[in-house]
Design a protein. Structure first.
Length: 284
């Protein structure tokens, strides 16, 4: 278990509720801007303004609460000492590998194959990747940042992962995604994001993994657009294969999450001690 930082403020319910209220304001502002015609996805800026506001506002919110509670930013693995860019890159490679597994399941169960997308545009992929990056920064700061740390300090890693993943999934459900996809893919993917942060205490690592799952899906045409490098082809979908694919993806994701969380020493192992960076990372 990591050491206790001198002078760190114990988590208070009122403080956690204030953070949640601030996060709700950030999300509502983002949703308002996303539906505001001059800056929405159909505008010339293609929705980048709302996600930029989300990333900046949640970043400010997180920094403020860390400072108020006298917690070092290194607790989230975001200082240069933790090599955040390297961690992000490693997470990105791992996230692409996971989506590759999903694609293999689609090929095996559905007989899906891919061909080059004649409508592909590099600029569209760049915009989509930027949108995903900024959007996922906001999501990770809310679900795997200050709030995760403080809840894990009280309850431990596993309950915190389940709770934050459930909320993450519910917010995606309200956006109109089918509940089967939300449960099998979104919720179980969030379990992996949470397990990564609980295991290594690195927000950039979890962020890189998260961004990769979105960029890889766009690139492989699993969310087909002109940002897709490839177009999925399916001659005839076998009856019930869609459900089998979702179940297989859910099983793979859960196994990955459990494996990450149980291999080696966890950063947030229990709810019995305050969670802070090692003493060497405090006060530098």
């Amino acid at each position: 278990m990591v050491e206790v930082a001198p002078g760190a403020t114990p988590p208070r319910t009122s403080q956690l509720l204030r953070f949640v209220a601030g996060a709700v304001v950030c999300v509502l502002l983002y949703l308002f801007l996303l539906n505001f015609q001059p800056v929405n996805r159909a505008s010339p800026t293609q929705g980048l303004v709302p996600v930029l506001v989300l990333a900046l506002s949640t970043g400010w919110l997180t920094a403020r609460f860390l400072r108020t509670d006298r917690l070092a930013p290194s607790l989230l693995g975001v200082t240069w000492r933790e090599r955040p860019m390297r961690r992000f890159a490693l997470g990105f490679v791992a996230g692409c590998a996971l989506v590759g597994c999903w694609a293999a399941l689609l090929a095996l169960i559905n007989g899906m194959h891919w061909r080059p997308n004649p409508e592909f545009a590099v600029a569209s992929l760049a915009v989509a990747a930027t949108f995903n990056l900024l959007n996922n920064i906001g999501e990770e700061l809310v679900y795997r940042g200050y709030l995760f740390v403080r809840l894990a300090e009280r309850w431990g890693a596993a309950p915190t992962i389940l709770l934050t993943s459930a909320i993450f999934a519910l917010l995606h459900l309200q956006s109109g995604l089918p509940w089967q996809s939300v449960l099998a893919s979104v919720f179980t993917s969030a379990l992996i994001f949470g397990a990564i942060f609980a295991r290594w205490g690195s927000l950039p690592l979890a962020l890189g993994f998260h961004v990769a799952t979105n960029v890889a899906q766009d690139s492989l045409g699993l969310r087909l657009s002109d940002a897709s490098i490839f177009t999925p082809q399916l001659v005839a979908q076998p009856v019930g294969s869609g459900t089998r694919v979702l179940i297989a993806i859910a099983i793979v994701n859960v196994l990955v999450a459990v494996g990450v969380l149980t291999v080696g020493r966890r950063r947030f192992a229990s709810g019995t001690e305050p969670l802070t960076p090692p003493r060497s990372a405090i006060g530098r």
